[in-house]
Design a protein around this ligand. Structure first.
Ligand code: ADP
Ligand code: GLC
Length: 489
């Protein structure tokens, strides 16, 4: 099958969160199963710089009349076949100093409707033959940035164009791409698209709703989140539409890219490790002592090291971590955090680190190598999210033997098994899970982590379960291929 993946980010070229990890791994996993996968990306500077052998392919006109180019090249990744990549050449829209979505002041760019309509539009042009040598049979759009692709394809089909299947994946329903209604006229969609049965959302234009309404098939990134978003509590205003479309909606759990996240081969670690049984875990102990030294933490092998690698936003529930720091320190733990985001959280964590530099380390910023080192060194990975579509850091924590402590929500509920006596006995326990989004329940989970840490043989057993938990892309890719077949009808 010829499959075009459409996303705003892709690891290793450009990443602000888990979307990039998935966008980078899925095409390779699809190719490994014999599929003909390509990607379409906006020409952000990091993407233009990172795609190899980029050459002009075609020009096309945006709905608002401007002309843009499309280039083609490939993304080269060690140990994987090159991923053919189309890149939209539009420096006026994409070559800017902030991140892909926001100015340096963290305000969304005021022309985001154009910047991302163009992504969906270019996908539809490719589906209609912009590249004479390759046309997708299925277009797979990720998140609101790419969500207009299914809408363009649906209206092209109504206008008599051949059927191209469309799949839309929600990585996070909280980010919807909602714009003032007067922008609708620039999007190149017919009037009827701006309707309750379409992109209209409380008088505004919602890209997310366009994807949810018009795609042939919908997926999201865990089975539990697929159910949660159909409820008023977690539907962020779109649960009605999601319930209406539930027969074409499925949850496909994200997987872990073994080429990138593997403690045995990870070049960012001072020493690799691989046998979870405990006999060959010397590498992990070394990772911990080196990192403690590097971060200025007391070099105490016996102190359980709790780590956080996260965007600092409301979603991630980090005020629970802040509120629990005293208890964590009182029980003899250390905390190392890497993250960036909301200013108040950055500042609050900085202050905690300044007050106890031997026990709390806070790195504000984005650092891929340090992220790997934290999973390598950590004993516990904290992910107490308010909501979590899938979550990747708990899966990296599992694989690196840094046991996840998570709230039972979304993909966290689907990937971590609490260390209860019965699940320890059955060999299923992999971490610590709490239910209520409050300080008391979080504190109890912390205490469970300390209690298990004090029982070294049990700890090693649970860590072994965690490290052995299968998380390869083969299963997820096969499920996506099934969904693509359904989208082709
Ligand atoms: P989300 O996509 O909601 O941010 P995920 O857990 O799915 O959450 O994915 C987060 C990804 O971003 C992981 O690969 C994680 O390692 C990475 N990450 C988050 N914050 C940082 C940071 N400050 N530095 C490096 N990597 C980070
Ligand atoms: C989103 C979600 C996260 C998920 C990631 C990749 O950013 O917040 O839970 O793991 O997408 O699907």
């Amino acid at each position: 099958m010829r499959i075009l993946q459409v996303s705003a980010e892709i690891f290793p070229l450009l990443k602000t969160g888990g979307l990039a990890d998935i966008a980078g791994a899925l095409p390779i996993a699809l190719m490994a199963q014999g599929q003909d996968a390509r990607v379409l990306l906006p020409g952000f500077p990091a993407i233009v710089a990172g795609v190899r052998d980029l050459v002009p392919l075609a020009e096309f006109t945006a709905p608002w009349g401007d002309r843009f180019g499309l280039r083609v090249g490939h993304i080269a990744i060690d140990g994987a076949p090159p991923i053919p990549a189309y890149v939209i050449d539009a420096p006026a829209l994409y070559d800017r100093p902030g991140n892909p979505y926001e100015e340096t002041t963290r305000q969304p760019y005021n022309d985001n409707h154009r910047r991302f309509a163009l992504l969906g539009w270019a996908a539809a042009q490719l589906a209609q033959g912009l590249d004479p040598d390759w046309q997708p049979e299925v277009v797979h759009a990720h998140d609101w940035h790419a969500a207009l692709a299914p809408a363009y394809l649906a209206f092209a089909r109504q206008a008599g164009r051949p059927h191209v299947g469309s799949v839309f994946t929600v990585h996070n329903l909280a980010y919807q791409g909602v714009f003032a209604p007067w922008h609708f006229a620039e999007l190149g969609l017919p009037g009827p698209a701006f309707h309750m049965n379409g992109l209209e959302y409380h008088g505004q234009v919602s890209f997310m709703k366009g994807g949810l309404y018009f795609a042939d098939r919908l997926t999201t990134v865990s089975p539990t989140y697929a159910l949660e978003i159909q409820t008023p509590e977690q539907g962020v205003g779109l649960d009605g539409l999601l319930r209406q479309r539930s027969s074409v909606l499925s949850g496909i759990l994200n997987a872990v890219d073994d080429q990138v996240w593997n403690p045995a081969t990870d070049a960012a670690l001072v020493q690799g490790y691989h046998t979870p049984e405990g006999r060959h875990m010397a590498g992990k102990a070394r990772c911990k002592s080196v990192l403690q030294h590097q971060l200025g933490l007391a070099e105490r092998p016996d102190a359980p090291l709790f780590i956080v690698v996260s965007r600092l936003t409301e979603q991630k529930g980090l005020h629970l971590v802040l509120g629990g720091i005293d208890a964590l320190l009182a029980q003899g733990g250390q905390l190392a955090l890497l993250g960036s985001g909301e200013a108040w959280l950055e500042e609050a964590f900085r202050q905690r680190a300044a007050a106890a530099p031997q026990s709390v380390s806070v790195t504000i910023g984005y650092d891929e190598a340090l992220a790997h080192q934290l999973f390598g060194a950590g004993d516990v990975t904290l992910v107490p999210s308010l909501f979590e579509p899938c979550g990747l850091t708990q899966m990296y924590g599992l694989k690196y033997g840094s046991l996840p402590l998570v709230r039972r929500v979304g993909g966290l509920a689907d990937t971590v098994v609490d260390s209860t006596l019965e699940d320890m006995a059955s060999g299923e326990a992999t971490g610590f899970v709490f239910d209520h989004f409050d300080d008391a329940d979080y504190a109890r989970a912390l205490r469970r982590a300390f209690a298990l840490y004090d029982r070294a043989p049990d700890w090693r057993r649970v860590r072994g379960n965690a490290m052995r938990r299968p998380a390869d892309w083969g299963t997820a890719a096969a499920q996506y291929i099934d969904v693509y077949r359904q989208a082709l009808g």
